[in-house]
Design a protein around this ligand. Structure first.
Ligand SMILES: [Zn+2]
Length: 228
């Protein structure tokens, strides 16, 4: 392989993955199709570790992924929107399979569809709410923070939802919902402390304020989307 960019002919350094002038990837399409598909799939799902690192950080270190992302340590994490798409896909699939237990008369598919659409209104709204409580923050950073926190909520709900669906069958299934719920309450306060670096009291108070207002807003938005 010659060391020139195929697109703009700029000399490339040895092992360069991208052209430093035009940004084109140095990988060629002249290779086996199966290898190409495998690689693209890998890239899409970050099977090589970014996704698992991101999920592990989200689960165990409240606010750290958002904080580091904000500092510019972005490459080790899955891009937020992609992360959300992967997690929400699994979440809503799981939710719709348990739905007949929650739902009243609306057809199950439509409810999850409305919920997943409503989320695209709720993300920006949550980020805006955070901006109101933290005036010095940046809206875009809050949007990433919002996506991370919602991803975490989905992960916790993925544990709680199956337990809730079958809780009539056994008391233990109700009790088992308690630890993940309490964990999330703790997590919610700590995540603000990590991200915005204010005192414990201030972080907890703001978290409570944001949570209360957001729950109210969520109820209204879901009602609006379900009416359609
Ligand atoms: Zn180039």
């Amino acid at each position: 392989m010659n060391n020139k960019c195929a697109n703009c002919h700029t000399e490339l350094t040895h092992n360069a993955k991208f052209c430093c002038a035009c940004g084109q990837s140095t990988r060629s399409f002249r290779r086996p199709f199966v290898a190409f598909v495998k690689e693209s799939f890998h890239e899409l799902l970050d099977i090589d570790g970014r996704l698992s690192l991101t999920i592990k950080t989200l689960l165990l270190k409240p606010g750290l992924a958002s904080y580091e992302y904000d500092l510019g340590k972005r490459n080790k994490y899955t891009p937020p929107l992609r992360l959300y798409l992967v997690i929400s896909l699994v979440f809503f699939l799981l939710l719709s399979s348990f739905q007949h237990i929650y739902s009243g008369h609306a057809s199950p598919e439509s409810i999850t569809t409305h919920y997943s659409r409503a989320m695209f209104v709720l993300f920006p709204l949550f980020a805006l709410l955070v901006k109101v409580f933290y005036r010095a923050s940046y809206y875009l950073s809050n949007l990433v923070f919002s996506i991370h926190l919602h991803c975490m909520a989905y992960l916790v709900l993925m544990v709680i939802a199956p337990l809730e669906a079958f809780e009539q069958n056994h008391l233990v299934l109700s009790l088992l919902q308690l630890p993940p719920s309490l964990y999330f309450v703790w997590y919610f306060a700590v995540t603000f402390k990590t991200m915005f670096r204010q005192s414990w009291w201030l972080s907890a108070a703001k978290a409570l304020g944001i949570f209360t207002i957001y729950m109210g807003a969520m109820g209204i938005v879901f009602d609006v989307f379900l009416m359609q």
